[in-house]
Each structure stands twice: as structure tokens, then as C-alpha cells.
Design a protein around this ligand. Structure first.
Ligand SMILES: [Mn+2]
Length: 407
């Protein structure tokens, strides 16, 4: 396997921290034993957990006011794969990359797949971009894609999605995520029912070509780029569409795609109950954005989301969900942001795994809100860092890649 990291960087780092880690691990194992916590079982689940990296997340992000690229910004998908390999070599939980087309178009997809494989990486879900015109594009998405009034533009948007499926098949992907920016900016500009109808008609044509072992994920977002109305604006609309399309269609929840203060963990729970949750995009959000680094502002929320993802009703499907980081690195080095975000996700996941569900149910059944919330806090306050360090050691990664980001 190819390795782009400087020689011995992991070995040197691990050597430095290994003896103190061993000491801390013994203390942690004793703590688990004393409190009847299933150390081995939880470690096994963390070892198995995988998060995809978005190809577009490796480049410097920006806002509509500007972009401030850093040295070493990847110029193409091959360089993005190289950057992903560095993240995964250090953290071990991000072995796949989710490409975006036409951004990541190449002439030879077999070569692309092989290139990723040479770094021990594979391809996760493919994503279609019908929210932006490419240079020289004949039909414009200015007034929508899959819901455009012009049939030629709708057909072009459908064709791009079908192309994504064809590419994804070569890359070994098992699904496609469709997010559209379609909507309107003025009252009266669009007929809401007509837009939804056109969306479903277009999506049915895409759904027909979804391979048997694939999934089609619908991603909703309340606003932006449309600021008056958005066709697929919330989880309810997403659910209605997924249900209408068929069993291979599911809903994808992006943490930042909600109005401020929305109870996202409850949306996750609803979609699990309805058997329509297909995936989750990680980021953090302080207002109505989807741009902040995962766990950077509200790690407790992330923990509560994981608690729902780990609901007993989702036991069989948990590891079939598509997890991906989807955030914008406007002021940081994307590699560092992704390393820290992958860590935050594992921290939230591990803490949720430590929740004593039986005790929680007891407090719920006995109408004891303080008991219930303290039970959650008990798990949340466990310092799972040592366990995650141990997981990374067992994967041959850096004990704590966070320290490599400190200058
Ligand atoms: Mn997303």
C-alpha cells in the first residue's frame, strides 16, 4: 500500500505517547470493570465504524463572499485521494471517499478506482451536482434542475444523475445521494405542487436505473441557494418522496440542513421508526448553516443524535447507514479539520455506546426526567479518549492524531 506520510511519523508519535497510554488504558479498563461497562464489546463496535470523506471537503471551502485557498490545495480528484489517504492513515476510521460529479470527472474511472485502491481507499456514495452550471453548459440550472419548467433542462439533470450511477458502478459505489438546490426566491415565482410533481417525475426516471444492491438517498435542506421556497425542504417532504419512489430510496439527514433549534435527533428517530433513514452527514451549525466542523460547537447534540442512531429499532441497519462528513473548511487546513472531525464523531459515538439503556428505560418508564437525563450525562462524561487511542493503535494509526495538529 502506498504511504504519503513522512517516514516514521506515526511510529515516532506513538513511541512518545505509548507508555502513558498503557497506564491510562489499565485505569480505563478497571473503571469499566468496576462500573460493569462492556469495554470489549464497545471497542469492537468502534473498530467497525466507518465514515466517508467528501471529495470536495479536501479543498479549502468558502462563502459567497470569498475563498482563501491555502498552499497545497488539491487540484483534482487524484490529489484529493492522496489527502484522504493521509487522514485515514492517521485516524483509521475514514477508508472511503464520496465523489461529486461533474467536479470529479476523469477520463478513466477504472484507473481512478485503482488509484484509490493503491492507498487502501474505496468509493462511497456518488453525488450529483445540478445546482451549478459548468463552463459551456448549454442548458442552465439557474431556475432549477430536476424541477425546471423546461423539459430539456430536466432531462439534462436526469442524465447527469444517470451518468453518476454509471460512474459509481465502475468505482464500486453502492449508492447515490441527490440534493438539489431547486426552489424560488420570490413569492409567486413557483407553483409548489407543480415543482414537487416535476421532482417526483424526474426522480422516478433516476430510480428506475438504480441497481438492485444500491440505495438512492434524498437529502433535504430548508433554504439556500433558494431563499423563499425549496422543493425538498424538510424531512417530511423527503420521506414522502422516498416512500413514493420505492424501497431503494431513503432519506439522508444532514446535521446542518434544518432551521435553527430543530430537534435533529428526533428527526433521526422518526426516520428510523419509518424505516427510511439511509444516511447522515456530519458537520456542526450555530445558526442555519451546514459549514462548521463536526463537534466544534455542540458536541452534546452529536451525542444525542448517536443515541437515536443506536436505537434498538435501528440495530440491524446501523452499520448499513451511510455516514459522511460534510462541512466547509473556510479558515482551516482541510486535512486537520477532517482529522479532528473524525475524532469528534467517534467520541460522540463511543459515549452513546456507554449509555445504560436499561437504566434509561427504567427512568423513562417511571417518569423520572432527572434520573433519565443524569443517566445520559453519566455516559457523556466518560472520558473515552483512551479507548479511541487504543482503537487507533490496533488499526496501526496514530495514538492521538490531534497532537499532530498542534504547532
Ligand atoms: Mn450534506
Amino acid at each position: 500500500m502506498k504511504n504519503l506520510l513522512n517516514n516514521n511519523i506515526i511510529e515516532t508519535h506513538n513511541k512518545k505517547y505509548f507508555s502513558s497510554h498503557k497506564r491510562d488504558l489499565d485505569v480505563f479498563k478497571n473503571f469499566c470493570l468496576k462500573n460493569k461497562l462492556n469495554y470489549q464489546g464497545i471497542k469492537k463496535k468502534i473498530l467497525k465504524f466507518k465514515i466517508a470523506l467528501p471529495s470536495w471537503g479536501l479543498g479549502t471551502g468558502g462563502t459567497r463572499f470569498g475563498r482563501f485557498p491555502i498552499d497545497g490545495d488539491p487540484l483534482n480528484i487524484f490529489q484529493k485521494i492522496e489527502d484522504c489517504s493521509i487522514v485515514n492513515k492517521l485516524v483509521g476510521s475514514t477508508p472511503s471517499i464520496s465523489p461529486h460529479f461533474p467536479w470529479d470527472k476523469v477520463t478513466d474511472y477504472v484507473e481512478l478506482k485503482e488509484y484509490a485502491k493503491s492507498f487502501d481507499l474505496n468509493f462511497d456514495l456518488v453525488n450529483s451536482n445540478t445546482f451549478q452550471d459548468q463552463e459551456g453548459q448549454k442548458y442552465s440550472y439557474k431556475f432549477g434542475s430536476l424541477t425546471n419548467n423546461d423539459v430539456k433542462i430536466r432531462e439534462r439533470a436526469i442524465e447527469l444523475n444517470l451518468e453518476c450511477i454509471r460512474i459509481g458502478k465502475i468505482l464500486g459505489s453502492k449508492g447515490i445521494t441527490v440534493w438539489i438546490g431547486d426552489g424560488s426566491n420570490f413569492p409567486g415565482q413557483a407553483n409548489f405542487s407543480k415543482s414537487l410533481d416535476l421532482y417526483l417525475k424526474s426522480m422516478k426516471k433516476i430510480y428506475e436505473k438504480i441497481p438492485k444492491d444500491w440505495k438512492l438517498l434524498i437529502e433535504h435542506k430548508p433554504y439556500e441557494p433558494s431563499f423563499y421556497s425549496t422543493t425538498i425542504n424538510d424531512w417530511g417532504t423527503s420521506y414522502i418522496c422516498a416512500k413514493e419512489l420505492g424501497p431503494k430510496a431513503k432519506c439522508l439527514v444532514d446535521l446542518g440542513h434544518h432551521l435553527p433549534n430543530t430537534n435533529i435527533e428526533m428527526i433521526v428517530s422518526r426516520l428510523i421508526f419509518l424505516k427510511k433513514l439511509g444516511g447522515f452527514h456530519f458537520n456542526d451549525s450555530n445558526y442555519g448553516d451546514d459549514d462548521l466542523d463536526t463537534g466544534s460547537t455542540n458536541p452534546y447534540k452529536l451525542f444525542l443524535i448517536f443515541l437515536e442512531l443506536l436505537d434498538d429499532r435501528n440495530k440491524k441497519d446501523f452499520f448499513n447507514l451511510s455516514f459522511m462528513i460534510d462541512q466547509s473548511h473556510n479558515v482551516t487546513d482541510p486535512i486537520e479539520s477532517l482529522i479532528l472531525s473524525a475524532d469528534e464523531i467517534l467520541i460522540a459515538y463511543a459515549k452513546a455506546l456507554f449509555v445504560n439503556k436499561k437504566k434509561l428505560q427504567f427512568f423513562q418508564n417511571n417518569n423520572d426526567p432527572i434520573g433519565a437525563t443524569l443517566e445520559l450525562k453519566k455516559a457523556y462524561n466518560i472520558d473515552v479518549k483512551i479507548l479511541l487511542n487504543q482503537v487507533r493503535i490496533e488499526k496501526g494509526c496514530a495514538i492521538d492524531p490531534k497532537y499532530l495538529c498542534i504547532r
